[in-house]
Design a protein around this ligand. Sequence first.
Ligand SMILES: CC(C)(COP(=O)(O)OP(=O)(O)OC[C@H]1O[C@@H](n2cnc3c(N)ncnc32)[C@H](O)[C@@H]1OP(=O)(O)O)[C@@H](O)C(=O)NCCC(=O)NCCS
Length: 146
Amino acid sequence: MYKVREISAEEAHSVRHPVLRKGKPFDSAIFPEDSLKDTFHVGVVIDDVVAGTVTFIKNSNDNFKEKAQYQLRGMAVSEEYQRKGIGEVMVKKAETLMLERGGKFIWLNAREVAVLFYEKMGYEKYGKSFLVPGIGKHFVMIKKML
Ligand SMILES: CC(C)(COP(=O)(O)OP(=O)(O)OC[C@H]1O[C@@H](n2cnc3c(N)ncnc32)[C@H](O)[C@@H]1OP(=O)(O)O)[C@@H](O)C(=O)NCCC(=O)NCCS
């Protein structure tokens, strides 16, 4: 049985580091916004182990005029649990929590390999791809919540 719930920044780091910053220093998996009061982290927990995590940060992107913007960041599912529906469950839970906090618009920088996943979750690509040094090609993706 799994649980989907808000988790601490430290719990988020435990999955974010091996999945998104493999081989890099642990601190590279810590975002400055992780501990801000408007930031929240959602995880799927299986037998007390965090199997996946996503972080929502109250952060406006100047490309968009919408109010109440959140940035989706640090989306990571442990390798052995990928493609089992955990990412979907986490994104849906985080979207619900964001709506409860008054958020209306989500943007993110998506790795190219994850674009299809986000499209399945209702996100759309915005603009041209860009390179993040050391990580690779990314697309800005957005979702407006009604
Ligand atoms: C991308 C990631 C977060 C998706 O989480 P997940 O738990 O594996 O995805 P889910 O099982 O919930 O998939 C939901 C849907 O997206 C699809 N999907 C998931 N990953 C996909 C991929 N890489 N390519 C194409 N489709 C994908 C699934 O097939 C599923 O669709 P379906 O319901 O029609 O079968 C996860 O695979 C991961 O952590 N990858 C490595 C890190 C990464 O790239 N993070 C994103 C950084 S922007």
